[in-house]
Design a protein around this ligand. Sequence first.
Ligand code: ME8
Length: 507
Amino acid sequence: MPDTKKNFYVTTPIYYVNDVPHIGHAYTTVAADTIARYKRLKGCNVFFLTGTDEHGQKMEKAAATAGVPTIDFVDSVVPRYKELWAKLNISNDDFIRTTQERHKNAVTRLWETVQAKGDIFLGEYEDWYCVPCENFLTETQLKDGKCPDCGRPVEKLKEQSYFFRLSKYGEPLLKHIEANPDFIEPQGKRNEIVSFLKEGLRDLSVSRTTFSWGIPVPGDPKHVMYVWFDALTNYLTATGYPEGNNGFWPADIHIIGKDILRFHAIYWPAFLMSAGLPLPKKVFAHGWWTVDGQKMSKSKGNVVDPNQVADTYGVDQFRYFLLREVPFGVDGDFSLTSLVGRINSELANDYGNLLSRSVSMIDKYREGIVPVPDESKDREELEGRVKFLFGELPELYSSRIEGLNFYDALSKVWAVIRELNAYVDKSAPWKEKDEATLSNVLYNLAEGLRILSIYISPVMPQTAEKTRQTLGLDGNIEGAFDEETRWGGLKPGVKVLKTTPLFPRIQ
Ligand code: ME8
């Protein structure tokens, strides 16, 4: 049992609370939840962290606009995230807020450690700043005088500032990326970072004096720390730094959107190198969603509210769509047409129908009891392909989920679902009143569904649970992946329960 009780630490970005959650936040968090649930199935000790990023100029401005004290403002938005994660069945083990004491202690200690190393010095910053991105920019980086990343206006800054000697870490970072080809994924994104590093890094301004909503610089409290120095440290705070380490640092994977890759693949490892701490094992940058082909923005009024999608179409339906529509790492387009199409064909027709027809046949022909397979019958011709597919699925599925290739993992599972449906149609045992084949088909259906409940559980936990309840099976599946995906584990004689359709068709 290779993975047993191995620690596994996965994180999402901590989200800004100047606005309410949207589909992009849901996407990263559902993906992280899926890998966390899969690792628990494999028997790992999982630590799954998400949270909120609450300091910085952006937050101070948003609170001022709302006319409330900044702390009240951020306190009022945090529950919107917590409630959404509860609704979407997110199984995070901790929720970090950068305004918590534990975090202030961690950031202060990290700063002091980096400073003691000689990597922080006082200077003057004179250049541009993008408040929405909380990013420093040079004149040449601007695009038509605006932020090259978000296209919004930038501010000219001229203030005293502490700097981090980022320039010193370009070479060590390149070496690290070369020695660890999986450190940044996907590969295209890794290449972008390598090119950026090869151009050379300039030292990074890491404090501000023109506002106060942040963590004070130790020994010089008229400065507050740059919000990204503060925010990135959250991953460490949650492991117990600086008092100790709960055993989960270094993180196995930081899952982020492509918009914040530089912060995670350059600044963060450089801070850690300076502090003499181990680097995270992987940073994975996923793609961005557009909506009906358009960039999502408040001004366009096309921001997708994940609460509304989940309430209208179902939580598991939404989770499935997010991970099945496009490969993780590639940009995708969200449209209701495509969501409804997948719900009706892949969830209602393929999976829901397989479960409901199986249960109703077991009910009709065997009084709801899963029959003993009839070994006297030559079963190879009819069942061979189904069993072969189930036999190769554990490896196919695991390798894809481990690589965060949810899209492919699900398509392999759906190939098996379709094969099971085809197998029932082909054998059609009820037509010829062939009792032996009928018993075999009914057993195989229940057995197939038992195993499928395991594969779908990381993505659709409620559906997996309902499937298992219907089949009279144990709901606790932690650590059960290897055992439960082996064909033949279902004991004949269990009673199946009648079900209501899992995925009602949507007109
Ligand atoms: O950047 N499509 O927070 P944030 C897909 N606080 N994902 C999207 C998306 C879209 N259209 N829009 C946003 C921050 N995301 C910082 C992070 S971490 C130490 C600090 C997702 O609230 C994506 O994961 O702006 C992106 O990285 C994250 O939301 C940014 O969330």
